[in-house]
Design a protein around this ligand. Structure first.
Ligand SMILES: *[C@@H]1O[C@H](CO)[C@@H](O)[C@H](O)[C@H]1NC(C)=O
Ligand SMILES: *[C@@H]1O[C@H](CO)[C@@H](O)[C@H](O)[C@H]1NC(C)=O
Ligand SMILES: *[C@@H]1O[C@H](CO)[C@@H](O)[C@H](O)[C@H]1NC(C)=O
Ligand SMILES: *[C@@H]1O[C@H](CO)[C@@H](O)[C@H](O)[C@H]1NC(C)=O
Length: 141
């Protein structure tokens, strides 16, 4: 992990700017049930060498307080974010997508049984192909 750094406070990889903060990683904890064939439980926690300082440019993600709160919020959409393909030249991308229920997402015309209870399905209204591409995008977050 000595070769990796976690950066915050930048949107252009090639031009980090004045607001960027960098931390090294002191511990990596993969989900104990991660399955590299099905991608089930594809989530990893990184412990940073020291915390980020929250500023106007570095803020924590909002998360529901508990399951009751999550249900009450009645999410229908979510935001996905990532660096995209090399086509975008390292410019941080963000998109709003609809959450799709797992039963629909698991249909033979969609992910055909590959969806587990640990996965979130999200995509655009225009159809399964977009959802597919977006799901892969979400998957790498
Ligand atoms: C973050 O905050 C700590 C403690 O307030 C300070 O010592 C440190 O210099 C700050 N680091 C950055 C990158 O602003
Ligand atoms: C869940 O979170 C809500 C919103 O913050 C809070 O009002 C409620 O007391 C919490 N419930 C439990 C069981 O912690
Ligand atoms: C949740 O949101 C959806 C879409 O906006 C709406 O149709 C539905 O009635 C809402 N459900 C509840 C329990 O508020
Ligand atoms: C999706 O379908 C597969 C195969 O039928 C099943 O094993 C799995 O439990 C389903 N996932 C969900 C979330 O229902």
């Amino acid at each position: 992990m000595a070769h990796f750094r976690v950066l915050a406070g930048l949107t252009v990889l090639s031009a980090p700017g004045d607001h960027v903060q960098s931390r090294s990683i002191s511990e990596v904890r993969m989900h104990q049930d991660y399955d590299d064939t099905t991608y089930d439980n594809d989530v990893t926690l990184l412990l940073l060498s020291s915390p980020f300082n929250f500023t106007d440019h570095v803020q924590p993600a909002c998360t529901p307080h508990n399951v009751t709160h999550e249900v009450a919020l009645n999410f229908s959409h979510c935001f996905i974010s990532g660096w995209g393909s090399s086509y975008y030249k390292g410019l941080l991308q963000e998109a709003e997508v609809e959450l799709v229920d797992r039963t629909t997402c698991n249909l033979s015309t969609w992910y055909n049984g590959l969806v587990t209870e640990n996965m979130i399905c999200a995509g655009q209204e225009s159809g399964a192909v977009d959802a597919c591409q977006v799901l892969i995008f979400v998957h790498f977050l």
